[in-house]
Unconditional design. Structure first.
Length: 95
């Protein structure tokens, strides 16, 4: 059984290279007036957007999924501004 993992992010970052399951996010520090995209990708601006965190989301905002989303290529957090989020995922060791 794979372990549920988390990754804190404040800027663009590759979380996982390869298949993984995405369970959701928590906003830790309020976001600026720009969105954050969670992508099935290994690079910014590429692949499919699986989830978007709204611009100006407040600290404590949660987007937890009842059923995880399969990402096939990888998981990339694509920041449009500032703030801190935590993503929850299941997959191989972080990239």
């Amino acid at each position: 059984m794979a372990k549920l993992r988390y990754k804190n992010a404040t800027a663009d970052v590759l979380v996982v290279r390869g298949p993984c399951l995405y369970y959701g996010y928590i906003v830790n520090v309020a976001l600026s007036a720009a969105t954050v995209d969670l992508r099935d990708s290994v690079a910014a601006g590429a692949g499919s957007v699986v989830d978007t965190i709204a611009a100006s989301a407040a600290a404590g905002t949660r987007g937890l999924l009842l059923h995880p989303v399969q990402m096939n290529t990888g998981m990339f957090i694509d920041f449009g501004g500032t703030g801190t989020i935590t993503v929850l995922y299941e997959g191989d060791a972080p990239a």
